[in-house]
Design a binder for this molecule. Structure first.
Ligand code: SF4
Ligand code: SF4
Length: 243
């Protein structure tokens, strides 16, 4: 039996649907504007590397933050001067297609409470009238979503790990650190190597070599550090060195 969640019908992973998205459709690229595209840490890492820029520049130029009092969320900043288009949309399609975000990959499906829903209907998304048939499971595999489960296994635990106190200064400090470690990896790397971080937190030398060279290893380290070794007072002291 179908259920509802936030006005969306909830389907299981073996739900079948018809869908194909391609240049010939008259809706092509219509969904790349005026839409909330949330970015995960792995999205930010891949997109900033694809563009060849630092994470801080990526976050400043292409994203906006949503803060509902808890864990900070990062979204693509739609271009207000150009019909709220995604900044990565070009006449030929998505400029960052091979590293497009988790949210862009899974569309028109979305993960909702206890299952899956469809964010578009076939009057808006004409791809849903095409002949090619998928199950949700097949679609997710086809879109390369499994790697997120591997790369962000610990990330989902982080929001649960941090309890905000209601003390604005403290909460802001915690959020700044969590934000840096999850999304602003180039800054986090400087925090590790250019401050007293390593005299306070022990890191295995082999792991240290890896995180110096490899952003993905750095991301895994950041999740581990936030979940296991983050210490508020110490971290605040080290953060002061960066000012
Ligand atoms: S990142 Fe690419 S696929 Fe996603 S909304 Fe922007 S242009 Fe569209
Ligand atoms: S609206 Fe649907 S079919 Fe059209 S471009 Fe977007 S995802 Fe593809």
């Amino acid at each position: 039996m179908e259920k509802q969640s936030n006005n969306m019908t909830v389907y299981p992973r073996d739900k079948k649907f018809r869908f194909s998205c391609h240049h010939g459709l008259d809706c092509f690229n219509n969904c790349c504007r005026d839409i909330n595209i949330y970015l995960t840490p792995y999205d930010v890492l891949r997109m900033k590397n694809k563009l060849g820029i630092k994470s801080g520049d990526f976050l400043e130029n292409y994203t906006t933050q949503q803060d509902n009092g808890g864990f900070p969320a990062v979204l693509i900043k739609m271009n207000e001067d150009d019909n709220l288009k995604c900044p990565f949309l070009t006449p030929g399609g998505c400029q960052v297609y091979d590293v497009r975000s988790w949210a862009c990959r899974i569309a028109p499906v979305d993960v909702i409470e206890r299952g899956y829903g469809f964010i578009f209907d076939s009057t808006f998304c004409h791809g849903l009238n095409e002949d090619k048939e998928w199950t949700v499971e097949e679609w997710m595999q086809n879109q390369g979503l499994e790697i997120y489960e591997q790369k962000e296994k610990s990330f989902n635990r982080i929001p649960l790990h941090f309890h905000f106190t209601g003390m604005k200064n403290l909460d802001k400090h915690i959020k700044d650190v969590v934000f840096m470690a999850c999304y602003d990896l180039d800054k986090f790397k400087k925090f590790i190597f250019d401050t007293g971080f390593l005299s306070y937190f022990w890191v295995n030398p082999e792991q240290l070599d890896k995180i110096r060279e490899d952003d993905e290893a750095l991301l895994q380290f950041s999740f581990h550090w936030l979940l296991n070794d983050f210490e508020e007072d110490l971290t605040m002291e080290i953060m002061d060195e960066m000012k």
